[in-house]
Design a binder for this molecule. Sequence first.
Ligand code: TXA
Ligand code: MG
Length: 331
Amino acid sequence: METMWISSEQLDRAAQLLQSKAVVAFPTETVYGLGADATSSQAIRGIYQAKGRPSDNPLIVHIAQRSQLMELTTHVPPKAQQLMDQFWPGPLTIILNVKRQAVAPEVTAGLSTIAIRMPDHPIALNLIAQAGRPIAAPSANTSGKPSPTTAQHVMDDLDGKIAAIVDGGETGVGLESTVIDLTSDVPTILRPGGVSAEAIMSCIGPVEVTSGDKQSSAPKSPGMKYRHYSPDQPVWIVETDWSDVVAKLLKKGEKIGILASDDVLSQFQTEAVATYSLGAQSDVTQASQLLYSGLRALDKTEATIILVQAHPKTGLGVAYMNRLEKASSQC
Ligand code: TXA
Ligand code: MG
């Protein structure tokens, strides 16, 4: 199939495609999503197929208005309400009990719960509203690859496999939403993301945080057990000892690609075969926005190993390091 490139002025065409059960990529404030009608099994199977995604990994359902909630869930607990008041639209996905037959069974992968989010992006909100139905959307990458933060990234992975891409430029946050489960006794963060645990706790009090460890046999958030966010080349995380690491790798004959802030890059202009800037020193917001783009860019170079700068694990740094650790693990 020919993948259509749709501008933000032609959202009605994208909405019509969604209504006709086609799969359409669109920008959100986190990463590009791969959308389809959440009420149609046929449409949802198109998502799994295009991404090569295992069918036991459920999808997030995106809505444009709060009024759509009651079509999807039987109960919105008070803490969910508080979180929605504070963080929606925004990078927070909330897991609630699913209403029977509200969505195609493939969306929830057989779970009794459903992940719901209202994205903070005018194109996403308009598109969902115009389509007039809840839109299931995982990140619009081939399974296992870094999530796309531009329409071109989506094209690189899925050209010919989906009906259309709506081009909305670069996404803002750059990492996926935080996923929080409100069906357990204590609210549990299943995936760190665009809204920090600190911000969530100041809204609703104590929360648990799971490691999302892919070794665990029965992960609560099924997606966390798969290899994720990875370019083809090995990725190493570097904290401070840049000179030592670079020297050792050069001795072994590796060709080094570096993804780091400008001050680090300026020290290794001759040693590295390729570099990509994560912006100013210690700006984790900017580093998060550029991380996936940088992994994709360096993966296309002659580098045989990619070195990436670590950040402290606080605030957005928790999500940044979570994605980076997944990209660097070799299983
Ligand atoms: O920012 C985002 O969240 C992006 C944009 C497009 O909205 N979407 C995204 O979707 O990252 P995806 O499919 O790549 O990740 C969804 C995560 C997976 O880890 C999945 O296992 C988890 O949410 N999930 C979905 N439904 C769930 C459920 N009912 N219970 C537990 N985890 C669930
Ligand atoms: Mg994903």
